[in-house]
Design a protein around this ligand. Structure first.
Ligand code: 5GP
Length: 205
């Protein structure tokens, strides 16, 4: 029987570079990435269906009503949700799927999928975080302040995550996250079938 894939949740403060880390995990190691739906406006350069499925509030509500999301949450006045069909199909094909989502969604996933791997990405310190957010240049002061306030709230939930990874050097961060997922694959609990198989092979030799 084919093993089910792992569900990997990556959260982190706004501006911490989650998007870059996740894209590299996909390109360097071949993870599947779930594309979320959102009601927020596209940023410059974002493409519908690649970065997000951009939806109206009514369309989003409709997806909620039809059980189209495995989780959804409100974040700074917009809605974000993880479409169910893609994630379920990838997992049943044995592929590891990354969800890049905020903390309420992550907690929701953990309740439904207790084996999900929850990783929180952070900057080395708060100043660094604010500078990175301002440096992105895509948000005005009001949005930056809202996101910093939200970061404070999110820090309350950091301790719910199994892994905290500092994104200081990008390559190190990516390798560390991949290493965590690899280690999970090697856990005894995930290899009970393998253990009994090799035992029986050895007996037959
Ligand atoms: P942004 O607007 O910067 O792209 O995303 C804002 C926040 O929403 C980020 O923390 C991002 O991880 C989160 N987010 C993106 N997609 C989803 C989703 O499908 N569900 C949840 N719960 N959060 C999401």
């Amino acid at each position: 029987m084919q093993n089910k894939g792992n569900l990997i949740v990556i959260s982190g403060f706004s501006g911490v570079g989650k998007g870059t880390v996740v894209k590299r995990l996909v390109s360097d190691y071949g993870y599947s990435l779930s594309v979320s739906a959102t009601t927020r406006q596209p940023r410059e350069g974002e493409v519908d269906g690649r970065d997000y499925y951009f939806k109206s509030v009514a369309e989003f509500q409709n997806l909620i009503d039809y059980n189209g999301f495995i989780e959804w949450a409100q974040y700074v006045e917009n809605y974000y949700g993880t479409p169910r069909a893609y994630v379920e199909a990838e997992l049943s094909e044995g592929r590891d799927v990354i969800l890049e989502i905020e903390v309420q969604g992550a907690m929701n996933i953990k309740r439904q999928y207790p084996d999900a791997i929850l990783i929180f990405l952070t900057a080395p310190d708060a100043d660094c975080l604010k500078n990175r957010l301002a440096g992105r240049g895509t948000e005005d002061d009001e949005v930056i302040n809202k996101r910093m306030k939200r970061a404070l709230e999110e820090s309350e939930n950091m301790s719910e995550y199994e892994y905290i990874v500092i994104n200081d050097d990008l390559d190190t961060c990516i390798r560390t996250v991949h290493g965590i997922i690899e280690a999970k694959r090697c856990e005894r609990e995930n290899n009970m079938e393998f253990i009994s198989q090799i035992k029986s092979e050895l007996r037959q030799l």
